[in-house]
Ligand binder design. Structure first.
Ligand SMILES: NC(=O)c1ccc[n+]([C@@H]2O[C@H](COP(=O)([O-])OP(=O)(O)OC[C@H]3O[C@@H](n4cnc5c(N)ncnc54)[C@H](O)[C@@H]3O)[C@@H](O)[C@H]2O)c1
Length: 243
C-alpha cells in the first residue's frame, strides 16, 4: 500500500529528521525501562530539546499526544521508525581505512539498520587487511574497485574519511558509482550534483559551539553575581544591556 507523505518522511526538514532519530533512541531506552506513557516534557528533557520544538517535530510524523495523558511510547516509537524508514536496512561503504575510518567501522549502525559492507583505501599496506565489522571481517579493497563493489553490494550510503587531499575525488567516485547519500568527515566542502545529499560532520565545530556556550555562561555568571562590595544587583534590563 502506498505510504502517505507523513509516513514516507519525504516532507520532513533535515533538522527535524536528526532530532526524530534522537527521540527514537530515547523512546527505545524508555521502553527498555518499562515506561509505557511519556509526556512531551519528559521526552523533550531526555532528548535535550525544548517541548515546543519536540511537538513541532512530532507533528511532521502525524503524532499527536493526548492532552493530559501524553504519548504511548510503543506507538510513538513505531510511528517515528516508519517515517525515518528505520525498518529498512542500508548498506554503507567507507572510504579511508585510517584511524577515523576504523573507529567508524567498529561503531557504525550498531542495531540501527546500517551495515558497512565495503571499505576502501589507496594505501598498499592497508589493502587486503581485514577489520572486524558487526561480527564479520571486512577486507580493505583498493579504491580502483570502488564502483564494482558498490554495485555488487548494493551500497546506498557512503562515508568519506580519507585524507582531505583526495576527499573530492573520492566523493566523485562514489557519485559515479551511483551513490546519492554521502557522509563527509573531511574538512573539505564537497561539491556535487543537486541530486546527491551530502552531510558534513565536524567535531571541532561542535566543540566550538560548546566552547562558545561555556564562555557565554561564564560571562553571564560574572555579570549576574553580586559584587563582593555589596553593590546593588543589576535589574534584568540593565543585565541584558551589560550582556
Ligand atoms: N569530522 C571530524 O570531526 C573529524 C575528526 C577527525 C578526523 N577527521 C578527518 O577525517 C579524515 C581521516 O582522518 P584520520 O585520522 O583517519 O587520518 P588517517 O591519515 O589515519 O587516514 C586517512 C586514510 O585515508 C587514506 N586515503 C588516502 N587517499 C585515499 C583514497 N584516494 N581513497 C581512500 N582512502 C584514501 C589513507 O591511506 C589513510 O588510510 C581526515 O580528513 C581528517 O581531517 C575529521
Amino acid at each position: 500500500m502506498p505510504r502517505s507523505p507523513e509516513e514516507n518522511g519525504s516532507s520532513i526538514p533535515d533538522a527535524s529528521v536528526a532530532r526524530l532519530a534522537t527521540y527514537l533512541h530515547v523512546l527505545r531506552l524508555f521502553s527498555e525501562h518499562g515506561v509505557l506513557i511519556t509526556s512531551s516534557g519528559q521526552l523533550a528533557t531526555a532528548a535535550g530539546v525544548n517541548s515546543a520544538i519536540l511537538r513541532k517535530d512530532l507533528s511532521h510524523v502525524g503524532a499527536n499526544g493526548v492532552r493530559g495523558v501524553g504519548y504511548d511510547v510503543r506507538r510513538l516509537t513505531a510511528r517515528i521508525a516508519l517515517a525515518l524508514h528505520t525498518e529498512d536496512t542500508h548498506n554503507v561503504a567507507l572510504a579511508g581505512a585510517g584511524f577515523l575510518g576504523r573507529a567508524l567501522l567498529a561503531h557504525t549502525g550498531l542495531g540501527r539498520g546500517f551495515t558497512v559492507v565495503a571499505m576502501f583505501d589507496t594505501d598498499p599496506d592497508l589493502i587486503g587487511t581485514t577489520f572486524p565489522a558487526a561480527g564479520v571481517e571486512l577486507t580493505v579493497e583498493p579504491m580502483t574497485d570502488l564502483a564494482e563493489h558498490c554495485a555488487a553490494k548494493g551500497v546506498d550510503i557512503a562515508v568519506v574519511a580519507t585524507s582531505d587531499a583526495i576527499a573530492q575525488q573520492t566523493c566523485d567516485a562514489f557519485v559515479r558509482a551511483g551513490v546519492r547519500q554521502i557522509l563527509n568527515f573531511t574538512t573539505v566542502s564537497l561539491h556535487t550534483t543537486s541530486d546527491v545529499h551530502i552531510r558534513p560532520v565536524d567535531l571541532a565545530l561542535e566543540l566550538q559551539v560548546l566552547a562558545f556556550n561555556a564562555s557565554r555562561n561564564a560571562g553571564e555568571e560574572l555579570t549576574t553575581k553580586p559584587a563582593a562590595d555589596s553593590a546593588p544587583q543589576m535589574s534584568t534590563a540593565q543585565r541584558s544591556v551589560a550582556v
